[in-house]
Design a protein around this ligand. Structure first.
Ligand code: 2P0
Length: 330
């Protein structure tokens, strides 16, 4: 069998109802379902080139050799792809991010969705996007959702082998063309990787089981809001789910404090905008930066407001976009 080099791009996604807790740390199986939107433009380009001459996978991330932790995750994805393709042939892999790594904007989500798409294509596998999302999940939980564009549900699944823990699209970017303004609040790489933070929260946060229960009702609320294109309803559930996750993080021992003063200032500013009739709401992942989702007509007002907040170092405006895709000649 011959294999061919393939390049794929995948975007980042931002969760509306979040993933913070695993039932299986090897397979990245979540304790609860989650819902996200896929953002346009920011993401990862991954190039996979199978070669008979390689004895192991070679991996370069942003022009540097991948570290041991990244290689373990990449190895899980590549081993599964090789098994499905029925080959021992290894590959050279290059990954380039257009989003700062480890700042609470999900670069591992785009990286592993792009890797899954490029690797399955390079090894000649023809998978639909739900099957592809399961392979992306082996690298990083949130990557499950970046395979699809638009609004996405990652099902918890019941099976121990993860065969039913996959992502599906709920609505496309065209169905509900919201915009996003990202307020970058930079303080360098986060100290606790998400997987370690989740384990610590599960072990020590007194709110953890209530948090997981909340996710099931919040996901149902997100599905209803998205089906009805009900902005207010989506705003309310997204902000409260984000705050419930951070309450759980804060109550972890030792406390996981991802916010900076500017993070809190942005939340208050967005709340004030909404109270004044502007269609905008916030959400925050495991880092200080804030993603504000808004209607297209509000981008200018939101940008002006966030740009005036001390500690916001950069704004990125973007749209909701499509999912992982092959880049011809990439
Ligand atoms: C999310 N986060 O739903 C949540 C919100 C961070 C806060 O998914 O260990 O990097 O690779 O499965 O996917 C970050 O977790 O963790 C994450 P792993 P991942 O987007």
């Amino acid at each position: 069998m011959s294999f061919e080099r393939a390049a794929a791009f995948a975007p980042i996604n931002i969760a509306l109802s979040k993933y913070w807790g695993k039932r299986d740390h090897e397979r990245n199986l979540p304790l609860a379902p989650s819902v996200s939107v896929t953002l346009a433009e920011l993401g990862t380009l991954s190039v996979v080139a199978p070669s008979e001459e390689l004895e192991g996978n070679m991996m370069v991330i942003n022009d540097k050799a991948a570290d041991a932790k990244a290689l373990v995750r990449v190895g899980r994805v590549m081993r599964t792809v090789r098994e499905m393709a029925g080959t021992e042939v290894r590959a050279g892999i290059r990954s380039v991010n257009t989003v700062p790594t480890a700042q609470g904007l999900a670069s591992s989500a785009s990286a592993f969705a792009a890797l899954a798409k490029a690797a399955t294509t390079a090894y000649g596998l023809e998978l639909d996007d739900q099957e592809l999302s399961k392979i992306a999940r082996l690298g990083s939980g949130s990557a499950t959702r970046s395979v699809h564009g638009g609004f996405v549900l990652w099902r918890r699944g019941e099976e121990d082998d993860g065969s039913d823990s996959l992502a599906e699209q709920l609505a496309s970017a065209e169905d509900w063309p919201l915009r996003a303004v990202i307020a970058h609040i930079g303080v360098g790489p986060k100290k606790v990787p998400s997987g370690d933070g989740m384990r610590l929260s599960a072990d020590t946060s007194p709110f953890f089981s209530a948090w997981i229960d909340t996710c099931f009702t919040d996901v149902a609320e997100c599905l209803a809001a998205i089906a009805a294109r009900d902005f207010e309803r989506l705003a309310d559930v997204t902000e409260s789910n984000c705050l419930a996750m951070h309450a759980t993080m804060l109550a972890t021992r030792p406390g996981l404090i991802y916010w900076q003063p500017a993070t809190v200032a942005v939340m208050h500013a967005v709340r004030a905008l909404r109270a004044a009739g502007h269609a905008a709401f916030f959400t925050i992942d495991a880092g200080p930066s804030v993603v504000v989702l808004c209607e297209a007509g509000e981008v200018e007002t939101v940008s002006r407001t966030l740009g005036g907040i001390e500690g916001v170092v950069k704004l990125t405006r973007t749209r909701i976009g499509g999912g992982a895709h092959i880049v011809p000649n990439g």
